[in-house]
Ligand binder design. Structure first.
Ligand SMILES: [Zn+2]
Length: 531
């Protein structure tokens, strides 16, 4: 059976850019566009030329991509001609392969928001599609508020969609702009639209306000739509757009879709989907969602002992797909609840062959339990666990010693008469026979300590240049009678690997120091630095 082509339209750079707290620079946009192109999406909606300097700059030149670079814009304003609308002109003149117009498709919005007539709105759609086609662009029409409009006046909503299709728009995209439509409604309404417009010209743009944007996208595909619009990590206004990072693996790995459809994402690219997702988090300076389907650190993590022993025998017992297909890893969490099977499997994954009767195994399990009792949490701190295991099994070289460190925090009035707080750290490190002293200022005491510690590690410096701290989390715990501080640090490096380390102490600087040290030592071990 030959498969049908299903198209992916990414709007991370347009709808995603409207996310609260997201502000892409031109360099960010170019990087993300490259990632999306390598992933294999069919359309990259890169912004709204004329609306802001970044988007205008993006569309000022031709961007060589496999995907169609798409400019977003509004149809001509009511009462104007296409040749006398500066907003429309900016979109028509943009260096883009395709133009995605947005137009109202709800009679209520035409009257109240646009303050024009239904007929003038239809004329605006027809004229704009025609003008863009005359410019040689592929044309898409986003029918705004389509589902709400359809429920109140289906004839008018359909007339808007049909006007664009009849005028030669390649795609008519049905938008659940307010995100409140439910999957069974989407399926029924898209089914009706596909009786009028062939499904291979119909797209879905779903928002996540009931956390069903992904489900709504699939409902539309089941009803006949053949283009899905979405964003990486579900970025987008309010609760976001449909998450392409969840949609792509489902399309590739679930038989209902994989047997029926081809998409532009190859099997190799599917293995990179997690890296793309984390790459976007890095650009946004956000911690990755540990519980994200397919790509989250916990997506294939098992904690309880009986699940773990079953998963070691046969992974399909508790996994719906193989983690390697999406570039993820199976993880058996080591914690005070875990038994030997977790521990053995985790050691095996790290690369230690230990016999199940090895007495060192009991020592390691006891050590984990003791440490967790005082506040450590190894199930989140995979890299610290690996170091602990390596140490007990006698395999971590002593790369360097921190002889001492000193951190100071000073608050004073500066020359401008402002009250400022300055942190400084001095670290004395012994590397072989060499004594190295580094000092640094930082945004806070932990940052100063981190900068000083990583400033000069002598012969090991070249191994840690790619090391970057991406997240720092602090929790105050009540373990026993005293409060202790738990610090978790997430790091990454030039290979795109992520790892988490932990420190626990009554003193926050000391806890941070432990986690920082573990991160650096883990990086040295991982890079194969010589002892
Ligand atoms: Zn939207």
């Amino acid at each position: 059976m030959s498969r049908e082509r299903l198209y992916l339209f990414d709007t991370t750079l347009r709808d995603g850019a409207q996310t609260n707290g997201v502000d892409f620079t031109l360099a960010d946009k170019l990087t993300i566009a490259r990632m999306l192109d390598e992933l294999g999406v069919d359309y990259i909606e890169a912004g709204y030329p004329g609306a802001n300097p970044t988007d205008t700059a993006f569309f000022a030149e031709k961007r060589p991509t496999h995907a169609k670079i798409t400019a977003f814009g509004m149809t001509r304003r009511p009462g104007r001609s296409t040749s006398n609308d500066p907003g429309l002109a900016a979109v028509l003149d943009a260096q883009a392969d395709a133009i995605c117009f947005v137009a109202k498709s709800s009679d209520y919005h035409v009257r109240v928001a646009l303050e024009t007539t239904e007929e003038e709105n239809l004329a605006s759609i027809r004229d704009s599609v025609r003008a863009a086609k005359a410019k040689g662009r592929e044309v898409l029409l986003d029918c705004e508020h389509f589902f709400d409009g359809y429920k109140s006046n289906s004839a008018y909503a359909l007339a808007c969609a049909k006007a664009a299709y009849d005028e030669g728009a390649r795609w008519v995209v049905l938008c659940d702009t307010n995100g409140g439509t439910l999957p069974h409604e989407v399926e029924a309404i898209v089914g009706e639209v596909c009786k009028l417009i062939p499904g291979d010209h119909v797209g879905i743009h779903a928002h996540n306000d009931t956390e069903q944007a992904v489900a709504n996208s699939f409902a539309a595909v089941r009803a006949g739509a053949r283009q899905i619009q979405g964003a990486l990590n579900g970025l987008g206004e309010r609760c976001g757009n449909a998450n392409l990072v969840s949609i792509i693996p489902t399309l590739k790995l679930k038989a209902e879709y994989a047997d029926k459809f081809d998409i532009g994402v190859s099997d190799e690219a599917l293995g990179q989907v997690g890296r793309v997702s984390h790459g976007l988090d890095d650009i946004l300076n956000r911690a990755a969602d540990r519980h994200a389907p397919y790509v989250g650190e916990s997506a294939f993590a098992t904690k309880a002992g009986i699940h773990a022993s079953a998963i070691v025998k046969d992974p399909t017992t508790y996994e719906h797909v193989a983690p390697e297909r999406v570039g993820n890893k199976r993880k058996l969490l080591v914690s005070d609840q875990s038994g030997r099977s977790n521990l053995l499997a985790e050691l095996d994954r790290i690369g230690f062959a230990v016999d199940k009767d090895d007495p060192r195994l009991s020592r390691l399990l006891d050590e984990v339990k003791e440490r967790e009792a005082i506040g450590y949490a190894y199930e989140t701190a995979d890299a610290s666990f690996e170091l602990l295991a390596r140490r007990l099994l006698g395999k971590v070289p002593c790369y360097f010693d921190v002889d001492k460190f000193d951190v100071s925090v000073e608050q004073r009035i500066n020359a401008k008469g402002e009250r400022v707080t300055v942190s400084m750290a001095v670290v004395k490190v012994k590397v072989g026979d060499e004594i190295l002293i580094s000092a640094a200022e930082g945004i806070g005491p932990v940052n100063a300590l981190d900068v000083a510690l990583r400033k000069d590690l002598g012969k090991y410096q070249s191994y840690i240049t790619g090391l970057e701290l991406t997240d720092y989390r602090v929790r105050i715990l009540n373990a026993g009678t005293e409060a202790v501080t738990r610090v978790l640090i997430e790091s990454t490096d030039e290979t795109g690997d992520h790892w988490t380390t932990i420190g626990v102490s009554a003193n926050i600087i000391d806890a941070s120091f432990q986690a920082l040290m573990d991160s650096i030592i883990y990086k040295l071990v991982k890079s194969g630095a010589p002892a």
